[in-house]
Design a protein. Sequence first.
Length: 316
Amino acid sequence: MHKEIGGYLELERFSGPMMHEDALALSSGRACLSYLIEQRDIRKILLPDLLCDVVTTVCEERGVTVRRYAVGEDLRPADVLQPEKDEWLYLVNYYGQLSKEELLSWAKDNPRLIVDNAQAYFSAPVKGADTLYTCRKFLGVADGGFLYTDAPARTLERDESHRRMDFVLGRFERPAGEFFAEAAANNDSLPTKARAMSALTGNLLRGVDYYAVRDRRTWNYRMLHEAFQDLNRLSLRRIAGAYAYPLRLPEGEAIRKELIRRKIYVPQLWPNVLQEQPENSTASRLTREILPLPCDQRYGREEMAFVIDAVFDCLN
């Protein structure tokens, strides 16, 4: 049967360069991990205690034995890690704070290393390590992930995204609050099975000005850092294309609620940690106290000044 001709027009097709063009384009970050587990035949893995529960779910669904290590106050492993024989190490690049030199050092010392760059879209893949990325934390798409790996390749069923796009398209024209539940449901419902990236997501990613996205995120992050670096309980390095600005304050929980009341939507990342880890653990404190302040490409100096004033107002 030949291709359809005529009829109504669909979404325009974009032909620009796509960031991470050389990587394996998959349906999500969790699909990237699933692919690695299957293609690397991973049986044991060492996961941080500060982590989204979906990563643990992917591992457990595939019969992988999970062991935990503690994350320290500096968002790095708290202790010297000694993976067991045939055990893979899962290293999260929280807020993109791990430098290229640090990551290369980890890869040199750990031949079975997976680097999670879900919060570091503009960080380069790590030579000598499997490196995964998530698209929807940085760009207006409902899914999508990239994986750099030399694991054996296999043919995958292609994902479809059109039924997931309502909340992305809706927020383009309406307030975010009207679609918050739908966005949260999408996050929970993304399949863990490894699939190839959908044609729709791939097309949208070819329409992005990545230089503009990176630069706007970089300048917004710097503006927030200049305002808060003396208050922040995290010691941060300046980075390009930041995911968010992680402001750690002892009053974090109360300030988060007040900011949300003022329609500054600051998420609590990894809320599952509060049930999984002791209340006085470093992981629980980081979960409660860190405010991931938005600094993405939708905003500029005016919005960042508004956020800064709001935080100081809450503190006072």
